[in-house]
Design a protein around this ligand. Structure first.
Ligand code: DC
Length: 222
């Protein structure tokens, strides 16, 4: 069975999707990390970020896998390195390139084939797994998302302001919703879950109930 979780940055998708997969005992796919990994390796190999064909070939050539919340590329752990500000910026042109998105779609479908998966991103329900048994668009108001991000950043000891977070969030949302291919949108048939005022347990309870309701008859709970 496939569960897709899409939505804007800061809606709590990653931690929710990871925990949902853990509780179900299913595989977890962080597709944002996959685009980030391609950007990281492209930068290391001096592949220009506007060379779509080479980026798509690179996406096909590298082996990305997830293990207990860690991300590995060709066996090397890159969990933290893919999340630096520089790599986040480098990821944007990579994720905007239609050829790269086409390659990623095939890679993601291969990774999920024959498995129970929770996959998280922007286009998982709309483009990659339109037939998924459960599609969710997870969101929260811009203010709530920015407040959560601010708390995370302050906890890491970084000095940022709510205003600067709101501004960069708006910028990312605009980029994600206006790209030519794979734009972020609520997929047809997707459930909308607005997490304003909900804590993580409440969000997980809703998702687990939806999973149970759609589980094929006779399928055991892992
Ligand atoms: O979710 P994230 O911040 O790790 O995503 C990193 C980048 O990849 C961000 O620019 C959005 C993009 N992305 C995408 O275009 N499609 C996806 N399915 C997942 C992420």
């Amino acid at each position: 069975m496939i569960v897709t979780l899409d939505g804007p940055a800061g809606a709590g998708k990653s931690s929710t999707a990871r925990e949902l997969a853990r509780r179900l005992g299913w595989c977890y796919m962080d597709t944002g990390a996959m685009y980030r990994a391609v950007a990281l390796i492209a930068t290391r190999r001096d592949i220009p970020l506007d060379d779509e064909a080479r980026l798509a070939a690179l996406a096909e050539a590298i082996d990305i896998h997830f293990e207990y919340g860690k991300v590995f590329v060709d066996g090397e752990e890159v969990t933290l390195e893919i999340r630096t500000e520089t790599n986040t910026a480098a990821t944007r042109p990579v994720a905007n390139a239609p050829l790269v998105r086409g390659a990623m779609k095939q890679i993601q479908r291969r990774m999920a084939a024959g498995r129970d998966v929770v996959t998280e991103g922007r286009d998982q329900g709309s483009e990659v797994f339109p037939q998924a048994e459960l599609k969710v668009f997870l969101t929260a108001s811009p203010e709530e998302r920015a407040r959560r991000r601010l708390a995370e950043e302050l906890a890491k000891g970084r000095s940022v302001t709510l205003e600067s977070i709101l501004a960069s969030q708006e910028d990312r949302d605009h980029g994600d919703t206006h790209r030519e291919v794979g734009a972020m949108r609520q997929a047809e048939g997707a459930e909308l879950l607005d997490t304003d005022g909900m804590d993580r347990e409440a969000v997980l309870a809703v998702l687990l109930a939806w999973v149970d309701a759609r589980r094929p008859a006779g399928s055991p709970r892992s």
